[in-house]
Design a protein around this ligand. Sequence first.
Ligand SMILES: [Zn+2]
Length: 105
Amino acid sequence: MQPGVTIWRCRTCGIGYFPQRLLCPRCHGGEWEQDRVYEAVIEEVSTIRHMIGQTDWTPLRIASVRTSDGMAITVGLRDESGPGAVVALSEEGTAPYGQALRPNR
Ligand SMILES: [Zn+2]
């Protein structure tokens, strides 16, 4: 597990995306540089209770989070964090995960 999630930042206008886009939706630039984000705030949580073709599926919580530089990404949740909680981002392979950094109070 690696701390942070890789994002791609447009060299022309500086906006960040995850996953990578072919062209920047804002300025249509096509050159990117990699960057990392480490923190995000949870906006919404949902649970995937069933997965087609999986009989021993463990319910998976996923969250829509807003990163510290304003990007919206979807991550797997490693704990019971809810909306408003600040999570530390990490990567396992290419999959992004979040885990509470501080309690939601
Ligand atoms: Zn751009």
